[in-house]
Design a protein around this ligand. Structure first.
Ligand SMILES: Nc1ncnc2c1ncn2[C@@H]1O[C@H](COP(=O)(O)OP(=O)(O)OP(=O)(O)O)[C@@H](O)[C@H]1O
Ligand SMILES: [Mg+2]
Length: 246
């Protein structure tokens, strides 16, 4: 079953007199329970695509359907609600609120959605356990390591039980050991919780955790690789990237 569909999506940015084409007709289907990585050279449109998929910005042309809902048919308020309830976001620099503790950051999306945190105690406890931070629940972001902050951000992304989680370079700011822990955690959410993830990354090793890798160049999907769980595909991914960056 498809959770997210992009149909001939284009995005142009107007810079004074100049029109910059960031996406030039991208079509993509992400199925329930899939972990998809998006790779491509700098400026190829990866972040733009992720923002459009999550309703953070609208396409110039084409359609995005999230959980069957065409986003172009929704007004701004409706899109805000879809984003809040159906999409979880993870960013490179965590984007936690510095004055809130780990558990308060995790509960924030629930609070914003008007839910009572007292009633959601059990859910927040489960999320803390999922990301291995039960003993850090009262720590503020500046009392946590980078990897721990990103794990808080992952728990926060899952707080509203989203249809899809979108991650832009989630390991981009981490050392390789913390990065591996994050990738294993994302893989686990797919395998054990049935999560659906789209992750942008520069790192072939990170992309090898995904079920499928999509390669963008100049705003178009130019290649796709399937990863088999049995053998990770780092070399094949590196070869495609080397070809694209020529
Ligand atoms: N807000 C904007 N206004 C104008 N042009 C933009 C804007 N955002 C992105 N672009 C342009 O669109 C193209 C795609 O940008 P995007 O950020 O999606 O690339 P990316 O693949 O994420 O790159 P990177 O790997 O460096 O993060 C680039 O040419 C960029 O300059
Ligand atoms: Mg980017």
């Amino acid at each position: 079953m498809s959770v997210l569909e992009a149909d001939q999506v284009k995005k142009e940015y107007q810079m004074g007199q100049v029109t910059v084409s960031a996406l030039d007709g991208v079509s993509l289907v992400v199925n329930q329970g899939e972990f998809v990585a998006i790779m491509g050279p700098s400026g190829s449109g990866k972040s733009t695509l992720l923002h459009l998929l999550g309703g953070l910005d609208g396409p110039t042309d084409g359609e995005i359907r999230l959980a069957g809902q065409p986003l172009s048919k929704l007004n701004d308020n409706q899109i805000t609600v879809v984003r809040r309830r159906k999409v979880g976001f993870i960013f490179q620099f965590y984007n936690l609120l510095p004055t809130l503790t780990a558990e308060e950051n995790i509960g924030l999306p629930l609070l914003i959605d008007g839910q009572s945190l007292d009633k959601q105690r059990g859910r927040i406890d489960r999320l803390l356990d999922l990301v291995g931070l039960t003993d850090r629940r009262h720590h503020k972001p500046d009392q946590l390591s980078g990897g721990q902050q990103q794990r808080v951000a992952i728990a926060r992304a899952f707080a509203n039980d989203p249809e899809i989680v979108l991650a832009d370079e989630p390991t981009g700011n981490l050392d390789s050991k913390s990065g591996t822990a994050i990738l294993e955690l994302l893989r686990k959410t797919c395998d054990e919780l049935g999560a659906t993830i789209v992750m942008v990354t520069h790192d072939p090793r990170a992309a090898s955790y995904a079920d499928r890798v999509i390669f963008l160049k100049d705003g178009l999907i130019v290649r796709e690789l399937n990863n088999s769980a049995a053998d990770s595909n780092v070399q094949a991914i590196m070869d495609v990237m080397a070809g694209l960056e020529l």
